[in-house]
Write a protein that binds this ligand. Sequence first.
Ligand code: DAH
Length: 339
Amino acid sequence: MKDQLEQIRQSAKEALLLCEDPKALEELRIRYLGKKGELTAILKQMGKLSAEERPVIGQLANQVREEIENDISAAAEKIHQHLLEKKLASETIDVTLPGTPAPTGKEHPLNIVLNEVEDIFLGMGFSIAEGPEVETDYYNFEALNLPKDHPARDTQDTFYITENVLLRTQTSPVQVRVMEKQQPPIRIIAPGRVYRSDAVDATHSPLFHQIEGLVVDKGITMADLKGTLEIFIKRLYGEDSVVRFRPHHFPFTEPSAEMDIQCFNCHGEGCPMCKNEGWIEILGCGMVHPKVLSNCNIDPEEYSGFAFGIGLERIVMRRFAINDLRLLYENDLRFLDQF
Ligand code: DAH
């Protein structure tokens, strides 16, 4: 019996040393220490021993059991460590590798320039006003002194929703909405989308953007208009920019003008960039028509004002030398990534 115990001790030790996975370890435990295990089988035969032999064998059997238990714990610890190391090795992160770049958005060229324009006017004491893109005939035309038979009211130029509701063709209706709510002094710009029934080409789009401006106070003159717009252009395009005002007609201003900027390329000589004109039209402007003021319950005897309307696309295209308007709306990242 003693030999048997020694043999169990020996074979258990060897088997446990070689054991490498938790399942095999559990099988070994059952095989040696389980109820039907080898050690238990021997202990069951203890009854057959003599009184002298029994304590000796019993002690040995307990020793063997303890040893096997210790070896099992050691093996379990070894297996656990081994698995952990394997897991860590397979999950290693090389922190020196470059990360996966997350694609970030960029500001659209229209917004880059719009933000600059807003900053310039905010710096001159203007605030920013907004109005609806779906407008009524009254605000888009009637209140702005556009007579019923004005060509701009034609369905060929304007998107009508009903007879009286339309997509605004200009940002000028925001002037009326502001003046209705606020008595002078007024100093606002109103940027936003406008719509016209135009076919798409390199210089036309049925959707584009304008920035409206309006100043109303006591004693406002054409000199304020010219000074303000000249400063605006110099801030936007540089101190050496040259502008000129040309008489024009708008129903909501009297007198009216268009402002041109001298071509940067040829300085007024004429070149392909300015279609040989030497000047490029940038905006429309004028002194607010007395009828428009009275339409909004502002007394034209007491107050005067100037207004202007800038085409955002036009100044963006100038700024970045973009030759086709469509590029601004096509969402082609090869184009947009350049800004
Ligand atoms: N609304 C005009 C347009 O769409 C632009 C404009 C011209 C606005 C003169 C103004 C202005 O406020 O005074 O062509």
